[in-house]
Design a binder for this molecule. Structure first.
Ligand code: SF4
Length: 561
């Protein structure tokens, strides 16, 4: 199939890109009715069964990008509450301290509490009304290339191949087999979210990431809770630092008042921790047991669960975002402000700017890097740069822990994002993981972080109960979509060196070291639980796990999240 533009991924970045492109074409066709452009050859591929089902975030929306894209959007968009009150707390094991003032980056007046799932569904309707087709249930399994070059300036992306349907677990075609489509496109726009599989392949093949500034990630775990009236007000925002993470780990919690009786509560753990037994799911459960959170949640009911990774690295870790026939957007390209804990507006703006470059390519028939480079120029000249450049060293400043990180953040505030000397470099987060033998005595006393506990079923939950609340569904008779290169390495070397950390960092109980038939233990992969958070692809210490898309349509169902 031939297309002018293919947008891979129907999250906020992809939707904003599609809408802006449709607006530009409509405006062009009014002025140039004699040379109209068509939207028929523009399409979006989305791997979830319905638009928005794989979209997960806290979520707070900074409305800046939306006001540019659809002025007056507030009148009809699904916004749960306008932020009216913020507070920040530092939690100790027994007690908490309220920050006397809310640090400026965490002041959220004017932002909205939203369900990203509902918001993206609404954007999807706008995209379809604008005349752009969204194919749901189709994942991009690989990129199509016009040549074999691995040089950025010579290589050209020629489109996307979608996933095969109807393949059994042995890899054989079933009765309903349908091979994937080759969508040949002049411009391929990758908006797959964090650690997209096609974006990862592109970045690796063309060497787009600077190894001195590797992307770093966090894992966010979220639950929706119904709580008794009077505990958290609609539009109230609470952030916490500290417990249960120690000063060595990066992360913190949020509580957002969706309504007077419904809250979004979650915890982000930086995926650059040292202890291989760190268990982000358990970190969140321990947070809920702290008296501060317990007072809010007790007597309430958890109704939904989800987990995803998010890119923390910011401006310095942004890979090259354009080339011949392709552009990278949103979380796939590091458009997130980790100081403000916000990325939706940046993802949308990146999509809008990419749309302008794609529109120029449609007009001129030239989709080379020369034309699509306008996207990067526009990013550099936009408020994306103004927002991300002054916080470019923020996350990197925490490499030696919380205290140094806060001092570094204060210095950066004075130096407009700078530090003494050159900008900070950082390795990939998985390289920070220490071997079991290297852990000191104090590491073994950190049960709130490393213990994979069962939960009490009221306030805290085990992974399987949580996965049930994520609505995750995959056809069991399909190839395992977590490709582990060397199971012997898992069984022997990883057991010895790192204690199989996949059992702990996966928030969905996918990985399990189970008794094997011939004695001993081997890695069992319960792939149908996978909530597509991509943590295993990111955090495996040997980098031998590759997340590939399961058959399109499979995965979580984040309705209302
Ligand atoms: Fe996340 Fe990997 Fe577990 Fe799936 S298998 S939920 S992508 S860590």
């Amino acid at each position: 199939m031939e297309a002018d533009v293919v947008i891979l991924g129907g999250g906020p970045a992809g939707m904003a890109c599609a809408l802006r492109l449709a607006q530009l074409i409509d405006a062009h066709n009014v002025v140039h009715p004699d040379k109209p452009l068509t939207k028929e050859n523009i399409c979006m591929l989305e791997k979830s069964r319905e638009v928005g089902q794989h979209c997960l975030s806290g979520a707070l929306l900074d409305p800046r990008a939306m006001r540019e894209l659809l002025p007056g959007f507030e009148k009809e968009a699904p916004l749960d509450a306008e932020v009216t009150k913020e507070s920040v707390y530092f939690l100790m094991a027994k007690g908490q301290r309220k920050f006397p003032i809310v640090p400026p980056p965490l002041r959220d007046h004017g932002n909205y509490v939203i369900s990203l799932n509902k918001f993206v569904k609404w954007m999807g309707q706008k995209v379809e009304e604008a005349g752009i087709t969204i194919f749901t249930g189709f994942a991009g399994s690989e990129l199509l290339w016009a040549n074999d070059s691995t040089d950025w300036d010579a290589a050209r992306v020629a489109g996307v191949r979608t996933d095969d349907k109807g393949v059994d677990k042995e890899g054989h075609p079933k009765a309903n087999f349908e091979p994937g489509y080759d969508l040949r496109a002049k411009v391929t726009i990758l908006a797959e979210g964090t650690r997209g599989n096609c974006a990862k392949a592109l970045i690796d093949r063309l060497g787009l990431e600077d190894p001195e500034h590797a992307q770093t990630y966090g894992q966010g775990i979220k639950e929706l809770w119904e709580i008794p009236m009077g505990r958290v007000a609609k539009g109230e925002v609470i952030y916490t630092l500290g417990y249960p993470l120690t000063s060595r780990e990066y992360g913190g919690a949020w509580i957002y008042g969706v309504s007077d009786t419904l809250i979004s509560v979650g915890y982000v753990t930086g995926l650059d921790y040292q202890d291989p037994r760190t268990d982000p799911h358990h970190v969140f459960q321990s947070f809920k047991e702290h008296p501060f959170a317990r007072r809010i949640l007790e007597g309430g009911k958890m109704i939904r669960y989800g987990a995803k990774s998010l890119p923390y690295g910011g401006w310095l870790t942004m890979p090259r975002i354009y080339g011949n026939g392709w552009m990278l957007l949103g979380d796939s390209a590091s458009f997130l402000n980790s100081q403000r804990l916000k990325g939706i507006h940046l993802a949308m703006k990146s999509g809008m700017l990419a749309a302008e470059a794609a529109f120029k390519a449609m007009l001129t028939g030239d989709s080379s890097a020369g034309t699509l480079g306008d996207y990067k120029t526009a990013v550099n000249e936009s408020w994306i740069h103004d927002e991300l450049w002054p916080v470019r060293n923020f996350h990197q400043g925490f490499e030696h822990g919380r205290i140094e990180g806060m001092v570094s953040a204060a210095i950066q505030q004075i130096m407009r994002g700078g530090v003494f000397g050159p900008d900070k470099t950082n390795p990939p987060g998985y390289t920070c993981m220490r071997r079991i033998d290297d852990l000191g005595p104090s590491d073994w006393e950190r049960a709130p972080i490393v213990c994979n506990a069962k939960g009490d079923g009221k306030l805290t939950f085990d992974r399987l109960t949580d996965v049930f609340h994520s609505g995750t569904r995959h056809d069991e008779d399909q190839p395992v979509h977590l490709v582990v290169e060397d199971l012997n390495l898992c069984r022997e070397r990883c057991t010895r060196e790192y204690g199989n950390p996949c059992q702990y960092f996966c928030p969905a109980a996918v990985y399990e070291m189970a008794e094997s038939e011939n004695g001993g233990r081997e890695l069992k992969i319960n792939f149908t639980n996978c909530v597509h958070c991509k943590t295993c692809d990111i955090m495996d210490p040997y980098q031998i796990i590759t997340w590939v898309p399961p058959e399109g349509g499979g995965g979580p169902n984040y309705d209302g999240m």
